[in-house]
Design a protein around this ligand. Structure first.
Ligand code: KG4
Length: 336
């Protein structure tokens, strides 16, 4: 079954063709990073406009790269939630038009479910059940993936997502957008013990995260240094901050995996590209003899390959939408 998949939840317009959920026939991503750079972050209105401009060319390229036409496609899958509402609507409406005109099934795909599915492409042998840490720009959660379309949230962030905290900390440090990625690069040779951060805990909820206090700590460190006229070593601050974020994630993952007796950890979302987190989780899993699956770097960020993969399993479970399908800025991963 060949699925044409479309993704437009944030600042990447992407389309791809994926066969039977696992075989990538094409993968096209048009990034808007350069457009948003001068503003220091994603401007939703600009994102929507750029998606509208790019989408038909991106979809055409996905088909031609796969040496296919729309007549060869069996279904259209699209990210419908969560994300920037205006951005999501561009993809959803385009997918509806294609599905209607070619009488194809329309498959709604939850963005975080698709981030998890990026691992089905990288690791062809991977099958649920498993334990998953989802760390993206807008969401941070620990999820039990019971089956391809059956999810149970174990813990989640109470405030900022890990990626959001990294981006905001990077911004206050004067590191250009995209902050998380640039902080990772800048901090490669930094000393992660140079700055001390509080260890955030959500009282009574050992599986939940809180990152906003860490972000405030960075701002306070910078303000204090400015007031004293002291120059901060950004590599050291970035390294220390990334370690603090990674330590929180690892601590909760360890506790939750021990309690739920899972032995397989899958990591998903943009922050799974972070070198400090990848190393820390690798060490944790080696020590605990857990099996670890990390997405390949090219599939950590937003792309449509992951939408095509998850879309296949949604289709098999009967999750087909009508033309009344709407986009949602927020939606729980457990909901259809
Ligand atoms: O999953 P994603 O592409 O978008 C959402 O679905 O939210 O994640 C984007 C997030 C951003 O916060 C970005 O700063 C972060 O992933 N990110 C990284 C790295 N690469 C991307 N964070 C830390 N280290 C990286 N290497």
């Amino acid at each position: 079954m060949k699925i044409l998949a479309i993704e437009s939840s944030c600042d990447e317009t992407a389309a791809s063709v994926v066969e039977d959920g696992r075989k990538v026939l094409s993968n096209v991503v048009a990034s808007q990073v350069e457009e948003h750079k001068i503003y220091g972050g994603v401007v939703p209105e600009i994102a929507s406009r750029r998606h509208a401009e790019a989408i038909s060319g991106v979809v055409d390229k996905a088909l031609s790269d796969a040496s296919l036409t729309l007549d060869d496609i069996d279904a259209v899958a699209v990210t419908y939630a969560p994300g920037l509402i205006g951005a999501l609507l561009v993809g959803v409406n385009y997918a509806k038009g294609l599905a209607y005109s070619k009488k194809l099934p329309l498959i709604p795909v939850h963005h975080l479910r698709s981030h998890i599915a990026a691992n089905y492409i990288t690791h062809q042998e991977l099958k649920p059940p498993f334990f998953c840490l989802v760390v993206s720009g807008g969401n941070t959660a620990m999820v039990e993936v019971k089956d391809y379309t059956d999810f149970k949230i174990i813990g989640r962030t109470r405030d900022d997502a890990a990626g959001e905290a990294l981006d905001k900390a990077a911004r206050s440090m004067g590191i250009p957008y995209p902050g998380g990625l640039n902080m990772d690069r800048l901090a490669k040779n930094g000393d992660s013990t140079a700055f001390k951060f509080p260890v955030p805990k959500v009282e009574g909820c050992p599986y939940d995260f809180s990152f906003s206090g860490l972000k405030t700590s960075v701002i306070n460190i910078i303000h204090n240094a400015e007031q004293k006229g002291v120059e901060i070593n950004k590599a050291d601050l970035g390294a220390s901050f990334q370690k603090a974020v990674s330590d929180c994630l690892c601590r909760n993952v360890l506790k939750a995996m021990e309690d739920t007796r899972h032995k397989t950890l899958v990591v998903a979302g943009g922050v799974s590209a972070n070198s400090v987190l990848r190393k820390a989780l690798t060490e944790l899993c080696e020590k605990k003899k857990y099996k670890l699956y990390l997405p390949e770097l090219s599939l950590c960020g937003d792309n449509a390959v992951m939408v095509g993969s998850q879309g296949y399993y949604e289709y098999l479970s009967g999750n087909i939408a009508g033309l009344e399908l709407n986009a949602f800025a927020g939606k729980n991963i457990e909901e259809k």
